[in-house]
Every structure is written in C-alpha cells, then in structure tokens.
Write a protein that binds this ligand. Structure first.
Ligand code: PEP
Ligand code: MN
Length: 353
C-alpha cells in the first residue's frame, strides 16, 4: 500500500504517519517527491488498515500498489531517482549522463593509475575496477582484494574520480562499502537475496547488474530486495543476457531501457563491454545505449588489453574511450541529455560519498 500525503503536509504529519505504520508492525518508506511525499508500506499482508490510515492528519489518499515490486515502481515514486555524490557535482540519473570507466580488474597500482589518469583526462567521473572477481574458473585471477580497494581509494584521493567496485559476498560487502562510493552487485549475484538484503541495510548506492537470464520483473524484484531494507539508492545496469546468438558474448538487451523507465523511477545504465564481449562492438552499442535513453555507460578500458588478467578482448583502449566520450557528447542533446566532462570536487574526498 501507498500513503499519499497532501502537498502541504508538514514533516511532523509525515513522521506521525510513519510512526503509525511502524506501530502496526510494518515498514514505512517515505519517498519525498517534487509535489508531495508518498509513504510506501511493506510487510503488510492485506488492506485491513486502509481506513484508519486515511483518517490521519495530512493524508490525501491510500492506494493499493498492485505490482510485485513496489518501492522500485513509479506508482510509489513518479519522479526519476537521481543519486548524488556529496562534495562533487557527479550524479547518476539526472540530465547529465554518468560514465563509469576502468579496467575489469585492478591488477596493480601502476595499471590502475595508468588507466584512471587517461579516463579522467577524457572526462569520466567514475572509475571502475574489480577487487573481488566472480570468475567462471577457480583457477582464473580472483582479484587483489583489499590491496585493490586501497589502490582505488588512492585514485579517488588523487584524481577525484568516484569509485565503483564489486562486492562478491557478505565478507567483501563490508570492505567494499568502506572503500567505494558505489557498491556493484554483479550479474551472477543478482538473485543472491541475502547479499541484496545486506546491501539494503547500508546507506551507500548499489549498482545492480541484470542477471544472465533475468526478466524485467526479476530484475526489479532484486532491486526491491535492496530497497525493502531502506536503501533507496539503487542503480540498474543492463549487461546483456544469454541467448542462442553466438556472434557476441551476450545479447545486449537495449529494449529493456524504455521498458524499465516506463515502470520504474530507478536510473539504468548500459554495460556494452560485457554486453558484447568484443572491443569493436563496444562503441556502436554505447552510442545506441545513449540514443535509447540510458542514464549512462559502464565500460571496460585497459591501456594494455592484451596483457589484461580479465576481459581483455572486450576492453577498449584509452584512445577509443576518448572517442566514445566525444561521440556520446554529440548524441546526448538529441535525447535531451548532456555529458559533463570531469568531476568537480567541492569538498575534500573523505573516503565515503
Ligand atoms: C564486471 O563488471 O566486471 C562483471 C563481472 O560484470 P557482470 O557481473 O555483469 O558479469
Ligand atoms: Mn569484466
């Protein structure tokens, strides 16, 4: 259920409604909007309390939310969610496109800095790099762990770039939350419900990648797991799904972008690197992603992809990334977006967003 407050409802009235909901044993999720605040209710079984809620001061109406996902749905929050990064001008989900670039894995301090300096020079605001890697083979490079997290936070301190890195399990989640600005939950973990719930207890943005064969509803239900615990800062990311097609590593499903945007207020990015698996397909699909209305791109960049310890064949060269930025900057205004180059850091980077 959803309690829609009157436009003129006071903060005290909103709090009183939340307290009332919690006293019933449910969870209240206040969602401030441009016009009015709506309060999502989770944990309730039926509609028994509708009448009493409607009588509380400041309440405009009580609506039943019929979709399986509630907090992720536009029924609960009409306006697009914009995730801001304190002390910077960076945002994900606003008019400006968000560009997250960097290697698949952090391999060494030299490698990470070499790539970070080049993507920063081209105007990326976010740097990605895996510290904990979900690899198909247990014998493949598994990531540098905490050492990589320290390198990433040094990159934030020195270059201002905000950091996106993956948490693989409950142990790495706490460490990643401590060092990163955005916690990535990978495709293989999209339905790791205990990990999603734990990420939901944190107060840090979560970038949730679509599962290898997840439907739109399964994808949004995974986001709902995070939101149901009170963390509303979820960024979705389409990264390709498994199909019969074998000309690419995955089939990048750009058709999910408008479909998600119709039903959800959450920002959605596109990852053309894992989505294609091929360096020469990355730029064309990145162009298409922005044209279709994605809120930004997550892309793998490596200065020596032939030597990369993971995902070299899909990593673009820094010069190709520079070209991508130029082209996306030109496409952006056609879809009423912009590409801001570089990050303005107005407060000292503190290690957290
Ligand atoms: C990655 O971003 O490096 C990654 C492992 O992505 P995915 O979970 O989409 O495979
Ligand atoms: Mn990768």
């Amino acid at each position: 259920m959803l309690v829609v407050m009157k436009a003129q409802a006071t903060p005290e009235e909103i709090q009183a409604v939340c307290d009332y909901i919690e006293a019933l044993g449910y969870r209240a999720h206040p969602m401030p909007g441009a016009q009015r605040t709506a309060i999502g209710i989770t944990g309730n079984q039926g509609e028994a309390e509708r009448g009493s809620l409607e009588e509380l001061s400041g309440v405009a109406e009580v609506i039943r939310v019929s979709k399986a996902y509630k907090l992720a749905s536009r029924d609960v929050k009409e306006e697009d969610t914009v995730i801001r990064f304190a002390g910077t001008d960076a945002a994900i989900g606003g008019r400006a496109l968000a560009i997250i670039a960097g290697p698949c894995s952090v391999e060494s301090r030299e490698q990470a800095f070499a790539i970070a300096e080049q993507v920063a020079a081209s105007g990326a605001q976010f740097f990605r790099g895996g510290a904990y890697k979900p690899r198909t083979s247990p014998y493949a490079f598994q990531g540098l762990g905490i050492e990589a997290l320290r390198i990433l936070s040094e990159i934030r301190e020195r270059l201002g770039l905000r950091i996106v890195t993956e948490a693989l399990d409950n142990e790495s989640l706490d460490l990643v939350a401590e060092y990163a600005d955005v916690i990535q939950i990978g495709a293989r973990n999209m339905q790791n419900f205990s990990l999603l719930k734990r990420a939901g207890k944190l107060r840090k943005p979560v970038l949730l990648k679509r599962g290898l064969s997840a439907t739109l509803e399964e994808f949004l239900m995974a986001a709902e797991y995070i939101m149901s615990e009170g963390n509303y800062e979820v960024i979705l990311c389409e990264r390709g799904v498994r199909t019969f097609a074998d000309h690419a590593r995955n089939t990048l499903d750009l058709s999910i972008i408008p479909a998600i945007q119709k039903v959800s207020h959450l920002p959605i990015l596109v990852d053309p690197s894992h989505g294609t698996g091929r360096r020469d397909n990355v730029l064309p699909m990145a162009r298409a992603a922005i044209a279709v209305g994605a809120d930004g791109i997550l892309v793998e960049v490596h200065h020596q992809p032939d030597k990369a310890l993971s995902d070299g064949p899909q990593s673009i060269y820094p010069a190709q990334f520079a070209r991508m930025m130029d082209e996306l900057e030109q496409i952006a205004p056609i879809v009423e977006r912009s590409l801001s180059r570089g990050i303005q850091v107005t407060a000292t980077a503190s290690g957290t967003s």
